[in-house]
Ligand binder design. Structure first.
Ligand SMILES: [Zn+2]
Length: 262
């Protein structure tokens, strides 16, 4: 009996040691296990108490997938098709908060800061020069868990689910009286399982950061994905792929969409 007990304790010691060594150095930014898919590629993160506004807010992770087959080439939106959507009427930024970017995927920090700032300006100009997302800086210190409500609006790189290009997380009030709705926080993660480039016109086999970032920033401001394949040229179309650059500027439908909110 003693031998068995000793064997078990030695075994558990070995297992413990192995478990310690088995922990991955980078756990990545995969969706939390309690996230619930409420509409395709939109995951509810539940409710959290916002310390700033002293209100209960809801969190959503909006997943941007790669799907080359759904790309419509030169397809133009048909006149009768609505190629924009908002997460909820009135769910927009009502105060200005700054943000920070943490470099990754071999891209230069100043390039990332410049393209994010430029893309925010593109949306803000479309919304007739409103200051919606404030100004950015290079991140210092650790990246806070992007799926938890916090006081930082952070853009970072990390490992996401296979086939996911990027995820934008937004927190806000999306229900109840329209006038009470608002956005209170956002974060973005870009998947390092893909190769990224400053310019996919040159490196056509990689993800164009500018092309993807301006789409993600549309979510940060309250816009929803569009999955109608006749809308495949608009910036808020739900799928992206390597080498794509046509979303760097906004389509008329994107401009209509941002003007519904702001
Ligand atoms: Zn999206």
């Amino acid at each position: 009996m003693k031998k068995i007990v000793m064997f078990v304790s030695v075994l558990s010691l070995i297992l413990n040691v192995n478990l310690t060594f088995a922990k991955p150095a980078d756990k990545g930014f995969k969706l939390p296990s309690n996230a619930i898919e409420v509409t395709p590629n939109v995951f509810s993160l539940g409710e959290a108490y916002d310390m700033k506004s002293h209100k209960l807010v809801q969190g959503y992770a909006i997943v941007h997938k790669k799907n080359g087959q759904a790309r419509g080439g030169n397809a133009k939106p048909k006149g009768s098709t609505t190629c924009y959507a908002v997460m909820a009427n009135g769910a927009k930024w009502k105060n200005v908060e700054d943000w920070e970017v943490f470099p990754g995927a071999g891209l230069d920090g100043n390039f990332l800061l410049d393209r994010l700032t430029h893309s925010i300006n593109t949306w803000e100009t479309a919304a007739v020069n409103q200051n919606i997302l404030g100004s950015g800086s290079l991140g210092i210190g650790p990246v806070v868990d992007p799926y938890t409500l916090d006081n930082e609006n952070q853009v970072s790189f990390g490992t996401l689910e296979s086939g996911t290009i990027a995820v934008t997380v937004v927190w806000g009030i999306f229900g109840g009286p329209t006038s009470n709705r608002k956005l209170v926080a956002w974060d973005q993660i870009y998947n390092t399982n893909f190769q990224w480039t400053e310019d996919a016109l040159i490196e056509t086999g990689k993800m164009d950061f500018w092309n993807i970032a301006i789409h993600e920033l549309g979510h940060s401001m309250g816009l929803k994905d569009i999955y109608n394949s006749s809308c495949s040229d608009v910036t808020m179309y739900g799928y992206g792929t390597e080498g794509e650059t046509k979303k760097r500027d906004l389509a008329p439908a994107d401009i209509t969409g941002i003007n519904i909110l702001y």
